[in-house]
Structure formats: C-alpha cells, structure tokens
Design a protein around this ligand. Structure first.
Ligand SMILES: CC(C)(COP(=O)(O)OP(=O)(O)OC[C@H]1O[C@@H](n2cnc3c(N)ncnc32)[C@H](O)[C@@H]1OP(=O)(O)O)[C@@H](O)C(=O)NCCC(=O)NCCS
Length: 192
C-alpha cells in the first residue's frame, strides 16, 4: 500500500511544532456560561492537522484520539493556547501530542486544561495512506515522548483485543448478574 521509495527523509520535531492561541468569545459558551468542550476539541483537531500536515508535507486525516479529559472549565474571556508536536511516526501515521492551557488575561493565572494524543494519517492525492518522513529526535524529552507514544500504541492494541469481550452475547442469567446493584429496573412486562 505504501510506496517505500517515497519520503525516506527525516524531519525534526521543531520543524512542525505548532501553537494556536485563541480568545474565548461569548458565542463559544454553553448554558452554564463555560466554554463548550466541542470548541476546545475543534481547536485541538485544527492544531493536530496543521502539525501533522507540516511534518507529512501532505493532507492528513484524524484516525483516533487518545482520551480527552477536561481537567478545568474554560471561561469566556480566557486565552486558550494549544501546543502541538509530533511525538511519534509509524509509516503513514503520526501521533501528535497536544497540551492545552487556558490563561485568565486579568490575573495571569494559567491552568492546564488537558493533554491528548491525536493519531493522524497522511493521505496522497488518491486518498490513500502515504509514507511520512521519519522523526529526527534531538533531545531526551523527544525520545521520552516517542517511547511513551509507542507504549500507548501497544496498550491500545491490547485494549482492542480485550474490548471484543464487550460485544459477547448477553444472556438473561449474565444480564441479571450485571444489573445487580445498578440504578436500573426491569419494566414489569419486560420480556427477555
Ligand atoms: C484512518 C484511515 C486512514 C485508515 O485507513 P486504512 O485503509 O485502514 O489504512 P491502513 O490499514 O493502511 O492504516 C494506515 C495507518 O493508519 C493507522 N490506523 C488505522 N486505523 C487507526 C486507528 N483507529 N487508530 C490509530 N491508527 C490507525 C494504521 O496503524 C496505519 O499506520 P502506519 O501506516 O503508521 O502503520 C481510514 O480509516 C480513514 O480515512 N478514516 C477516516 C478518517 C477521517 O475522515 N477523519 C476525520 C474524521 S471526521
């Protein structure tokens, strides 16, 4: 699928490092007055794309996102900065690590909102995965991130195997056991 003769070069992490800073305007807020999680996710996808496309020199798509936990709410008027760097490359895949921080302009207080890892795939003109340049690691931090991303990938593969159990058939006896102590009840005319 991949043309091994393409992109045999290496690029440094700094070549594609990207920072986006955006002001959180009132139209980004939810009914509770805080910024919608979806706004932050959209910005993360944008910065991941820019970083991946710079490294690949090609159009890239998001294949998966490794966990998004919002650690703090973001307020209207905050400045949100998203720092993205390629942590790992496979053949056509790139793992882009993104650190998101929010800053209160008046107090200067900076809060870590979340860190997530986007797996981006480079595509060619025919919309097929295409090989990306290797990653030139220049310091200990970049080596650590590469190793951590590789471990994360291995754990995710193991999780995928394990999670097949989720779709195992649900029989009545097992269901009764699983529902025990849960906040649900079977409707009177429930027919198993
Ligand atoms: C992700 C996608 C490119 C994979 O295509 P595919 O034909 O299965 O490609 P391959 O099996 O050759 O895999 C290509 C690479 O993607 C990686 N990959 C595929 N699915 C993945 C997933 N769910 N998570 C992480 N990596 C994934 C493979 O490991 C492989 O990496 P490598 O080249 O570094 O070894 C394809 O499913 C796709 O285009 N999905 C839609 C993406 C999109 O539109 N995103 C925007 C969301 S709106």
């Amino acid at each position: 699928m991949l043309d091994e003769t393409q992109a045999t070069d290496f690029k440094s992490v700094s070549f594609s490092e990207t920072v986006i800073t955006e002001l959180m305007i009132p139209s980004y807020a939810n009914f509770g007055g805080k910024i919608h999680g979806g706004i932050i996710l959209s910005l993360m996808d944008k910065v991941a794309y820019v970083c991946a496309a710079k490294h690949a020199g090609n159009y890239s798509v998001t294949a998966s996102i490794d966990t998004v936990d919002f650690l703090h709410p973001v307020e209207v008027g905050d400045l949100v900065s998203l720092m993205a760097a390629v942590n790992y490359v496979g053949k056509s895949s790139m793992v882009v690590g993104i650190r998101v921080i929010s800053q209160n302009i008046k107090t200067g207080e900076v809060r870590h909102t979340n860190t997530s890892y986007f797996t981006m795939i480079a595509k060619d003109e025919q919309n097929k995965p295409v090989q990306v340049p290797g990653l030139l690691l220049e310091n200990e931090e970049q080596v650590r991130r590469f190793v951590e991303a590789k471990r994360r990938k291995e754990i995710k593969q193991a999780y995928r195997q394990e999670s097949r159990k989720i779709k195992a058939p649900v029989n009545d006896e097992h269901a009764q056991e699983m529902l025990q102590g849960e906040r649900c009840q079977l409707q009177a005319n429930y027919n198993a």
